[in-house]
Write a new protein. Structure first.
Length: 329
């Protein structure tokens, strides 16, 4: 009987440790893209706490956010569907559980003054981050214009440096996404977008990707994150909330709401109903599976990685579908 108090103490210690383990927040890396900055709305309004889930969002530049995920410093990261394949093939696989949006004009090929179309880029230099989404966007535009990949010279340039490189006239055009694409248009008067993601909707999807280990261990919590996301999406898509949403998003990246509004317009944030359609398997850019297949072919062709990646292994619509079912959709 004298050992009973020690037994109880040991049990209490175990329960305490279990509680501490459970209390560890879900860590999500996010970066400067409207569909991901949108998480800030729920952060500021306390919606995660209301949903009963402990989440810690960590702000990074985009490429360092993926590095942090690969290094195991976070449980999840906001990535494009194409970059998720690269990260998985070369570092650490992940599972996309939310399609936040697709790029609808924010990704651009911006040409110097005097160049009015993609066709006129033949024989020119284009600065972009080789193997990333801007490269795929350029090649898509070139294909539509009847050009071949070797009709331009790619100058490998970090995306955040593309505005300066265009302004220096070291290249004739650049490929970038907002805010870099918008900055490029500002720093070189007369420059213009000759091809954007609005010309190929669905070529770039933006998702929340989670490690398989965290998803398996914390599925109920991730389901709550999914639910919060669609609260955000509904809030943003309601015109009555636009001023408040812009104020929150703009404050995160330290610019004015007026400056931020074009960025939001160039991002098609999906409602739950719209996301369900994009989760349907098929070919082409109208769904995330088909889009990812296109990117996989691009990555193999340009030797971004050596072995084909199966998009289905990187995508899990089950939490979104479960939420839709609970809502009677």
């Amino acid at each position: 009987m004298k050992s009973l108090p020690r037994f109880r103490f040991a049990l209490a210690g175990l329960f305490s440790l279990a509680s501490l383990a459970h209390a560890e927040p879900l860590k999500i890396a996010y970066s400067d893209w409207p569909g991901w900055v949108a998480w800030e709305i729920a952060i500021q309004k306390g919606w995660f706490k209301e949903a009963g889930v402990d989440v810690k969002f960590e702000w990074f530049d985009y490429v360092p956010s993926m590095d942090a995920y690969v290094a195991g410093k976070v449980d999840a990261v906001c990535m494009t569907n194409g970059d998720a394949l690269v990260t998985g093939a070369t570092g650490k696989p992940s599972v996309g559980i939310i399609i936040n949006d697709f790029s609808n004009g924010n990704d651009m090929i911006v040409a110097a003054p005097g160049i009015d179309s993609v066709k006129e880029l033949k024989g020119k230099k284009v600065g972009l981050e080789e193997g990333f989404v801007s490269h795929l966007l350029l090649l898509t535009g070139m294909e539509k214009a009847g050009l071949k990949a070797d009709d331009v010279t790619i100058v490998n340039t970090p995306t955040n440096e593309t505005p300066q490189v265009l302004a220096s006239k070291a290249v004739d055009a650049i490929g970038a996404w907002q805010p870099s694409s918008g900055q490029a248009l500002k720093v070189l008067p007369g420059s213009k977008p000759v091809f954007t993601s609005a010309d190929a909707p669905g070529i770039i999807y933006d998702l929340l990707y989670v490690s398989a280990e965290s998803l398996e261990k914390n599925k109920d919590d991730w389901a709550k994150v999914v639910k919060v996301w669609y609260r955000i999406a509904d809030y943003i898509r309601d015109e009555e909330n636009l001023d408040d949403a812009l104020k929150i998003l703009a404050a995160r990246v330290k610019i004015s709401p007026e400056e931020y509004e074009p960025f939001l317009k160039g991002t098609y944030i999906l409602t739950l109903d719209e996301a369900l359609k994009r989760w349907e398997k098929g070919d082409g850019l109208g769904n995330v599976y088909g889009s990812s297949k296109v990117v996989d072919e691009f990555n193999l062709k340009f030797e971004v990685y050596e072995k084909s990646q199966d998009p289905a292994k990187y995508l899990d619509p089950s939490l979104t579908k479960a939420l839709a079912a609970a809502k009677g959709k």
